[in-house]
Design a protein around this ligand. Sequence first.
Ligand SMILES: *Cc1c(COP(=O)(O)O)cnc(C)c1O
Length: 218
Amino acid sequence: MGLSEIETRIQKACDEAGRDRASVQLIAVSKVQPLERIEAVLEQGHRLFGENRVQEAAGKWPDFQQRFDDVSVHLIGPLQSNKTRQAIELFDAIHSVDRPKLAKAIARIADELGHCPDLFIQVNTGEEPQKAGVMPDDTDAFVAQCRDLGLPIKGLMSIPPVEETPSLHFALLAKLAARNGLDGLSMGMSSDFEEAIALGATHIRVGSAIFGARVRQG
Ligand SMILES: *Cc1c(COP(=O)(O)O)cnc(C)c1O
């Protein structure tokens, strides 16, 4: 696989869904990938990347951002409240806002720093006990709470359970977003991004299909 093949598949999925290619952003998920693979994708002109750990992103992106213009990095993994400041400084978007304590910390620090990344609320559509995210039934209230805090909520994000049909989860996420007046839908990974595009994804998060298998699980 690789970037150009993924681009072809995204274009095809957009055509089939009657969507404009520009309505879907490809987040190249570079967690735990060797730096030379990331550099190769940067050399091909790709500029939007996703990382799931603050520390790991802090170790590689400032350097790449010195060498390549207009690089954006999104946090797609869980965020501990004590790393909020660092996350706001590093990332252009955070896809894992999932609890009031974190929402309040983001609001306070963003206010202090004078800027805030785009935010997505993570929804645990499969209601899995071990997984992060607000429950579907709690989503409306949490969106309202974030808006009361003045946070720039762009959309919802979900990671469907591995053993279930992803489209059911994508459809649920789309429904929750629509009823809250949110346009952003961060959903779809290497194995299911075409289905996510068919159901309205605006941000797909594709790692291994672009970079190859991860050396260790991230
Ligand atoms: C790792 C990861 C991805 C990418 O997964 P692939 O299967 O390699 O495409 C997408 N989203 C999140 C939240 C991830 O942690």
